[in-house]
Ligand binder design. Structure first.
Ligand code: SF4
Ligand code: FES
Length: 265
């Protein structure tokens, strides 16, 4: 496809295209080449397909993938939901770096941008990974999802029916993809699961601390971490997975369980 063809394509609003997306392209058209990982379970194997995509100053990677799906290849598969970095479903790699596609700017990328699925998780098709093996790493004997009920000693403001529990982890899997230990040790439970375990120590709500520590201290647990802090660098929230793994280690070794946020990099 020529540059002219791409820009002309960018001027016409597709059936499922947002007006913001089209308006963005109209302001400052630029054409970037996306090299997109492809995999279908039809025996055809893996490959990268190139697409020239018109982009503007506010085009995200998710916008660019949507443009490809609407204009060039409706079979391109990727996940998204919220479009504002809160659901955790759009994780992928942009030039080898873990990103949420919905908030990753195309303007910050070069002329050729390689888009790959998250690492350390099985690929189902194209950019869609199987998150079951991500959730399977969490400590099943402890409650993962906790309802936002009132703590016994809480005094809520009059205008709130109940406290809403907001956790930092959006379960996007970026930390697991970035983790060098998970790349070589497939039984390693990984940063997000260990961070969740450390949160249980901070706020047990009926969970036995000894059970959590026994789980975290297993061979495939906290001691398997390489202390590279790649998980915290990849994390799009303030979940601090690496710092929480270090806190678990301190608790396991010395009985001290504070999170050292000074090590955030
Ligand atoms: S710890 Fe951070 S990177 Fe890992 S799943 Fe949670 S939000 Fe995503
Ligand atoms: S679409 Fe929800 S985090 Fe990106």
């Amino acid at each position: 496809m020529s540059t002219t063809e791409a820009q002309e394509g960018g001027d016409r609003l597709g059936a499922n295209e947002t007006h913001a997306e089209a308006a963005d392209v109209a302001v400052q058209p630029r054409v970037q080449r996306l090299r997109v990982y492809r995999y279908k379970r039809d025996g055809s194997g893996e490959r990268y397909d190139d697409f020239e995509v018109p982009t503007g100053p506010h085009t995200t990677v998710l916008d660019a993938l949507s443009w490809i799906q609407h204009r060039r290849d409706p079979s391109l598969a990727f996940r998204h939901s919220c479009h504002h970095a809160s659901c955790g479903t759009c994780g992928l790699q942009v030039d080898g770096h873990e990103q949420l596609a919905c908030v990753c700017s195309m303007a910050d990328q070069g002329e050729v941008v390689e888009i790959s699925p998250l690492a350390n998780l099985p690929v189902l098709t194209d950019l869609v990974v199987d998150m079951r093996s991500f959730y399977a790493r969490f400590p099943h004997e402890h409650p993962l999802i906790r309802f936002s009920g009132l703590p016994e000693d809480a005094t809520p403001p009059d205008d709130l029916a109940q406290y809403v529990r907001l956790e930092d982890c959006i379960e996007c899997g970026l930390c697991l993809s970035a983790c060098p230990a998970a790349a070589t040790a497939h039984d390693y439970v990984g940063p997000a699961a260990l961070a969740a375990a450390q949160r249980l120590l901070e706020e047990p709500r009926g969970v036995q601390r000894e059970d959590v520590l026994a789980w975290a201290g297993q061979p495939e647990g906290a001691w398997r971490c390489h202390v590279g802090f790649e998980c915290t660098r990849a994390c799009p929230t303030e979940a601090l997975p690496a710092e929480r793994i270090m806190a678990l280690r301190r608790e396991l070794a010395f009985g001290a369980h504070n999170v050292d946020k000074e090590h955030t990099q």
